[in-house]
Design a protein around this ligand. Structure first.
Ligand code: AMP
Length: 188
């Protein structure tokens, strides 16, 4: 199973991805987590992306595609992958198709978590208070939401045309959303 968990920042992608890791043994590939780890380690990559991330902008396609390529190689025996926060641009989506085709596989499902903007703002304000993630500050969050609307949301028709896109209402509580995600994965 190659699942893309899709939605704006704050939609609950990471939370749902972690549930699937726990329940199904899939590997979560979160480019955001990988980039944050690079920053923490003080690597050249981390230094290169720090300012871009703090401002809420997207890092280059080349960087995140290379991170995913590397992880696919490192986890050859995984029963499935959950792509979380990747792809975020059409170039990344096309590259992902290529990376998977090279390994004789493909994107099987894209689950879009639907959450309205007012709820996102509330969730992110809370996360900012609780976790102090720099890019959750209101200015950076606005940039991130714009990046989603302008560069990432256009992937929806790309995946719809492939017949793999499903929608799950992300406004419900975590367990209810997880139940809907499981139904989409099991029933179809
Ligand atoms: P996230 O944790 O997924 O919200 O990602 C945090 C930040 O990391 C984003 O605001 C971007 O700066 C960067 N980032 C994560 N994933 C990607 C991606 N697929 N393409 C470009 N930038 C990314």
């Amino acid at each position: 199973m190659n699942l893309v968990i899709f939605g704006p920042p704050g939609a609950g992608k990471g939370t749902q991805a972690k549930r699937l890791v726990h329940e199904r043994g899939y590997i979560q590939l979160s480019t955001g987590d990988m980039l944050r780890a690079a920053r923490k380690s003080g690597s050249d990559l981390g230094k290169k992306v720090a300012a871009i991330m703090d401002a809420g902008n997207l890092v280059s396609d080349e960087i995140v595609i290379a991170l995913i390529d590397e992880q696919l190689d490192l986890n050859k025996k995984a029963p499935g992958f959950i792509f979380d926060g990747f792809p975020r641009t059409l170039a990344q989506a096309e590259a992902l198709d290529g990376l998977l085709a090279r390994r004789d596989t493909k994107v099987n499902r894209v689950i879009r978590l639907n959450v309205d903007d007012a709820a996102l703002l509330k969730r992110i304000a809370l996360r900012f208070e609780e976790q102090g993630r720099d890019d959750d500050n209101p200015t950076a969050f606005e940039v991130r939401l714009n990046a989603y609307n302008e560069q990432t949301a256009p992937l929806l028709p790309f995946y719809e045309s492939k017949g793999v896109l499903r929608e799950v209402r992300g406004m419900n509580d975590i367990d209810a959303v997880a139940g809907d995600v499981a139904r989409v994965l099991d029933l179809e």
